[in-house]
Design a binder for this molecule. Structure first.
Ligand code: GRG
Length: 302
């Protein structure tokens, strides 16, 4: 697949997700709601509609397409997952956590609003994600919705992203070994990415073997994503990234690129791309977009 086709398709997915998120987070009250507090929704929109790369949604959409799943359902699950990702960024930026002023090149939610608004916007995006999955507007069978809800809750919760964040905070006061860094990162950033790939298999009613294959594919992408992120934190500048850099080193936090060096990291990223390709080779050309996504994640500049 040519880069222009890949980038156009990635861009189209991002626009579709942004459009759906804008509708879901509009000021119009939806069935079952009592009211939509204006400032809370403005804070949620600030945190969710501000031009992220929308990588996780693209993984959901393309994984579902691989198994012939409903594109409409995939888009809604993709938007739900992005709500959780955005909640995690809003809370991660808070003074009690990473204390960042800038996210995606804009003031963070607590800077543009205030800390209470940022906490509530994050809580609301997290909860709303599960409503989006369970809603009658999501065209899936009840069993698929239960599977998605369970997998998403596990990915976002204490045994996944939130637990990974807790381990990451602990790492500010104790040095983690390589194995501990890998566990922490597979939870903190890997779990949602893994869910994105597994979700496609659930939406497409794939069998257990295919679902496990997508879980493994998701793990590889998660690892590659984090390695690239840590490498960029080490070598890129904050203007390119739209967020602060060098923070891990400043806080004395070990990452695999800082422990093992740039050459080791680049070599490991190439190995992960190769593993992703071989994992999806049984699907032939149908998996071209997912394979491109794997190398995009591993080589991205921001
Ligand atoms: C607060 C419960 C809780 C969890 C926070 C994911 C996370 C846990 C914090 C994010 C901190 C961070 C910057 C981690 C590095 C990897 C990462 C998730 C980067 C941001 O994801 P991208 O690059 O962002 O996909 P965009 O802006 O493109 O959506």
């Amino acid at each position: 697949m040519q880069d222009t086709i890949f980038l156009d398709r990635l861009g189209a997915h991002a626009v579709a997700v942004e459009t759906l998120l804008a509708a879901l987070l509009s000021t119009s009250k939806r069935d079952g709601e009592i009211a939509r507090p204006t400032r809370l929704f403005a804070a949620m929109r600030h945190g969710a509609l501000n031009g992220g790369k929308r990588l996780r949604p693209a993984l959901v959409i393309e994984s579902a397409a691989l198994f012939g799943g409903s594109a409409e359902a995939a888009l809604r699950v993709a938007a739900a997952l992005e709500c959780i990702h955005c909640y995690s960024l809003i809370h991660d930026d808070l003074p009690a956590m990473d204390n960042d002023d800038l996210r995606r090149g804009q003031p963070t939610v607590h800077k543009a609003f205030d800390e209470a608004a940022a906490i509530l916007a994050g809580d609301s995006l997290l909860t709303y994600a599960f409503e989006i999955v369970a809603s009658s507007e999501t065209p899936l069978a009840a069993e698929q919705k239960i599977d998605l809800t369970l997998a998403l809750a596990q990915a976002a919760g204490p045994g996944g992203m939130a637990g990974g964040q807790a381990l990451d905070l602990e790492a500010e006061t104790k040095v983690l070994c390589e194995a501990e860094i890998i566990v922490m990162q597979s939870m903190k950033t890997g779990a949602l990415i893994r869910f994105a790939c597994e979700a496609g298999a659930i939406i497409g009613s794939a069998g257990r073997q295919e679902r496990d294959r997508m879980i493994r594919f998701g793990q590889i992408i998660g690892l590659a994503f984090q390695l690239r992120d840590d490498l960029l934190d080490l070598v890129a500048d904050s203007a390119t990234l739209g967020k602060a850099t060098g923070k891990d080193a400043a806080r004395g936090k070990g990452t695999l690129p800082s422990l093992k060096g740039v050459a080791w990291t680049e070599n490991r990223l190439a190995e992960l791309i190769a593993e992703a390709q071989s994992l999806l080779s049984p699907y032939g050309a149908r998996a071209a977009m997912l394979i491109k996504l794997a190398s995009y994640v591993a080589t991205r500049e921001k």
